[in-house]
Design a protein around this ligand. Structure first.
Ligand SMILES: Cc1ncc(COP(=O)(O)O)c(C=O)c1O
Length: 396
């Protein structure tokens, strides 16, 4: 590499470190679970995975992945339209469609791909995207790749959304795009009101259900189901990499015409290898588990309610909400980071989030519940949180 380039990249890395936003990666030496082993050999209780239903190391899901290797091989070494489509891909797409009560589904290697490949495939210069200001990076990137006019509404502000819809009335097609659940705050989009406005202003609704699929709504169909609008949301994108087992993979599900267009035009689908068949096979098992019992969902919500209520009773300042994401507000980035370190010393693995991931002055520790947490795990964490918070003088 030329010296000038090396110097430039080093400067940039130094600037990231200087800004305090350099991300270190901690190495886990065990399977993903509520109780994990880290490189030091210590065991810690994990409160920062998206392993909402505890399926990341579920024996039946892992067995289905192994069966998938035996039956379909390790990989297909092809994009879908050349020679990369196996029966297991078609079966998973069909079952995801049935689960979400939609016409058809298209698989991707990630939800990031599903979102970045969505807008430019179905919209052109004559169209408009109306996007929540706090949408996930993958929606933002997807919007950037598309030539449609862009409108941004203030986070979950329905008056602002209506204004943008009015401004976009000349467009040929209007798409409202929103996260179903916003991951930094754990707040749920006002999907019922969004669907009302979409109807009034003749717009499509696209919802990213990554932090909701599998556990929100009576059947685990996401925030759309929880808000009673599954049939009014046109397109759902989501991930196989969180509640649905935590491997990799994503999908978009919706009307036939849209999914057909995505198969023809969506670049992360057309120009990227097919999802590994073992993941597709294991995901079928996940869907079976989701539909055969409510037990994991109930456990997750029970854990979330217990943890939130106890923290509140002990004087913690929480973002209001009702989701397994529980943000403990500390405001000061240094205090938040120090508390996360102190908690790790106590065997509680949590992450502090500060600017630019969250707004300046809104640093927090984001706790994520899992159905795999036992009451003993939660009580140990609650006691550690209380001790550390008292030591830092942040309880009210
Ligand atoms: C709201 C949201 N959308 C999309 C993604 C991307 O999901 P995946 O890991 O499947 O690419 C994430 C993951 O962080 C997310 O939180």
């Amino acid at each position: 590499m030329p010296d000038t380039a090396t110097a430039h990249f080093r400067d940039e890395l130094d600037a990231i470190k200087e800004a305090g936003t350099y991300k270190e990666e901690r190495v886990i030496t065990s399977q993903q679970d509520a109780d994990i082993e880290v490189a030091s050999g210590d065991h810690v209780i994990n409160f920062c995975a998206n392993n909402y239903l505890g399926l990341a190391n579920n024996a039946e899901v892992m067995q289905a992945a192994k069966d998938g290797v035996d039956e379909f091989g390790f990989g297909v070494a092809s994009v879908r339209f050349i020679c990369g489509t196996q029966t297991v891909h078609k079966q998973l797409e069909d079952e995801l469609s049935a689960f979400h009560e939609k016409d058809d589904t298209i698989l991707y290697n990630s939800a990031f791909d599903a979102n970045t490949g969505f807008f430019e495939s179905i919209l052109g210069r004559e169209d408009a995207i109306i996007s929540d200001r706090l949408n996930h990076a993958s929606i933002i990137d997807g919007v950037r790749l598309c030539k449609a006019d862009r409108y941004v509404y203030d986070h979950s502000d329905m008056a602002s959304l209506e204004e943008q819809l009015q401004d976009a009335q000349d467009a040929r097609v209007r798409v409202i795009a929103t996260d179903g659940v916003f991951s930094m705050d754990g707040d749920v989009a006002k999907l019922d009101e969004i669907c009302d406005l979409a109807e009034q202003y003749d717009a499509l609704v696209m919802v990213d259900e990554c932090h909701a699929t599998g556990f929100m709504g009576d059947g685990g169909r996401g925030a759309s189901e929880a808000k009673g609008v599954l049939d009014r949301v046109d397109v759902i994108t989501s991930t196989l990499g969180k509640a649905l087992g935590g491997a990799t993979g994503g999908f978009a599900t919706g009307p036939q015409e849209i999914i057909d267009l995505l198969r023809q035009k969506s670049r992360p689908y057309l120009f990227s290898n097919a999802v590994a068949p073992m993941i597709a096979n294991a995901s079928l098992q996940v869907l079976r588990l989701l539909q055969s019992s409510d037990q994991r969902r109930a456990q997750l919500w029970d854990n979330a309610t217990y943890f939130r209520n106890t923290l509140e009773a002990r004087g913690f300042d929480l973002k209001p909400g009702n989701h397994p994401i529980i943000p403990i507000m500390l405001y000061d980035a240094k205090v938040s980071a120090q508390m996360a370190d102190d908690l790790l010393d106590r065997g509680i693995y949590v992450i502090s989030f500060s600017y630019p991931v969250v707004p300046k002055g809104e640093a927090r520790i984001r706790v994520q519940m899992s159905a795999a947490h036992t009451r003993a795990h939660l009580d140990r964490a609650l006691d550690a949180f209380t001790d550390v918070a008292e030591a830092h003088g942040v309880l009210s």
